[in-house]
Write a protein that binds this ligand. Structure first.
Ligand code: PHE
Length: 344
C-alpha cells in the first residue's frame, strides 16, 4: 500500500494538464466517488489497528496532496481567459479588405466639373421629372413641332388632355430654371441623368448622363463659345487635340453647331472608334436663341449667351474605350474594379 501511494504521489506531483478536460479526468481518477482515494480508504478499513496509526497519517497526507493539487490547478485555469484552449497563431497575416473604386461616369463627371470650375462656372442641378415648359416650350420647341421627336420622351402625366409631365430628356431644363430664377450673368454647368425612350442596346440606352453648360452676359459671342470649348478639350484630352465645328440644328440655339475632336484613340489616323474618319463628335452647342432668353425673362437686346451639352458616356467611352453602353449600368464588379481607386 505504501508503494502504491508513493507511486500515485509522484504521478500527482508531475501532473500538468493541457486543458480543462485533462484536469477533470484527474479529479475523477483521484477524488471522484469511485476514485483512488475513496478506494484506499475502503482498503484502510481492513488493516489491523497497528497499521491504522501509520497508514492513517500517510493516507490523510496523500488525500491532502491530491486535493491541494487539484484546487491549485483549478484556480489557475479559472483565472485564465475562457479562450485559453483555443489555439491562435498570432504570426498569421490579418485579413485584407477591398477598397471600392469610383464609377467611370463619376470620374468623368468630376473631371469635367473641375475643368469648368477653374473657368469660373458653378454647378447647377434640377429635377429629373419635368414639365413640358421647362423641358420643351421655354426652349423654343413649338408645340406639335417634329423637333420634339428628336427627344423620344417618356411622358408620365397628361394635363388638360395634353402630355405635360415627363422624365427630362436633357439637362437644358436646368438652364431654363436657372435663368427664370436669377439675373445675368450666368456661368454654370448642369450635370445629371436624362431619359429617352430608346430600346436598350450597346449603342443606346433609356437613360444616360449629360453635362450641359450655359454662359449668359453682355457681349458673349460665338468666339467665346469656341475658345471655351477648345480650352476644355485641351484640358480633358491633352494639348494638341484638334477640334472642328459643324453646322447643326437645335430649337434653343441659333446658330447651332456640333463639335468633333480628333480621335483620342488613334490620334486622327483612323480606327474603328472613329469609324476611320479621324474625328468623333462629342457635343452640341450654339448661341442661346433670343426667344429662349425672352421666355426666361431676360432682355435679349442686352444679353447674349452660349450653351453646350455633351453625353458623359460618350466622353468616358473615348477615355476608357468602353464599347457597350450597358456596362455603365450593370454594376458588374469585374468592370467597375478596373477604374481608379481613390484612397482618402
Ligand atoms: N440639349 C441638347 C441635347 O440634349 C444638347 C445641347 C445643349 C445642344 C445646349 C446645344 C446647346 O442633345
Amino acid at each position: 500500500m505504501q508503494d502504491q501511494i508513493d507511486q500515485y504521489s509522484a504521478e500527482i506531483n508531475a501532473f500538468s494538464p493541457a486543458n480543462a478536460d485533462e484536469l477533470e479526468t484527474f479529479r475523477i481518477k483521484f477524488l471522484g466517488t469511485k476514485g483512488i482515494i475513496k478506494d484506499l480508504f475502503e482498503q484502510f478499513k481492513t488493516v489491523g489497528p497497528e497499521e491504522k496509526r501509520t497508514f492513517g497519517k500517510v493516507l490523510n497526507q496523500f488525500k491532502q496532496l491530491a486535493e491541494s493539487k487539484y484546487n491549485e490547478l483549478k484556480e489557475a485555469a479559472g483565472s485564465e481567459p475562457a479562450t485559453q484552449n483555443i489555439q491562435f497563431d498570432l504570426t498569421l497575416p490579418g485579413d485584407g479588405f477591398n477598397l471600392g473604386s469610383r464609377h467611370p461616369l463619376s470620374l468623368v463627371r468630376n473631371e469635367i466639373v473641375d475643368i469648368f470650375k477653374r473657368l469660373g462656372f458653378v454647378v447647377a442641378e434640377g429635377p429629373e421629372i419635368e414639365d413640358d415648359w421647362h423641358n420643351f416650350s421655354a426652349l423654343n420647341f413649338p408645340e406639335e413641332h417634329p423637333a420634339r421627336d428628336m427627344q423620344d420622351t417618356f411622358f408620365i402625366k397628361k394635363n388638360n388632355g395634353k402630355d405635360d409631365i415627363a422624365l427630362r430628356t436633357h439637362t437644358s431644363s436646368v438652364q431654363v430654371r436657372m435663368m427664370e430664377n436669377g439675373k445675368p450673368p450666368f456661368r454654370a454647368i448642369m450635370p445629371g441623368r436624362v431619359y429617352r425612350n430608346e430600346a436598350i442596346s450597346a449603342r443606346a440606352h433609356c437613360f444616360f448622363h449629360q453635362v450641359e453648360g450655359l454662359y449668359v452676359d453682355e457681349n458673349v459671342s460665338f468666339a467665346d463659345l469656341k475658345q471655351t470649348l477648345y480650352h476644355f478639350v485641351q484640358e480633358l484630352y491633352g494639348e494638341g487635340t484638334k477640334v472642328r465645328f459643324r453646322p447643326s440644328y437645335f430649337p434653343f440655339t441659333e446658330p447651332s453647331a456640333e463639335m468633333d475632336v480628333s480621335c483620342t484613340i488613334c490620334k486622327g489616323t483612323g480606327c474603328n472608334m472613329c469609324k476611320y474618319s479621324g474625328w468623333v463628335e462629342i457635343l452640341g452647342c450654339g448661341m442661346v436663341d433670343p426667344n429662349v432668353l425672352e421666355n426666361c425673362g431676360i432682355d435679349s437686346k442686352v444679353y447674349t449667351g452660349f450653351a453646350f451639352g455633351m453625353g458623359m458616356e460618350r466622353i468616358a467611352n473615348l477615355k476608357y474605350v468602353i464599347r457597350d453602353l450597358r456596362l455603365f449600368s450593370e454594376n458588374d464588379v469585374r468592370f467597375l474594379k478596373q477604374f481608379q481607386t481613390e484612397i482618402i
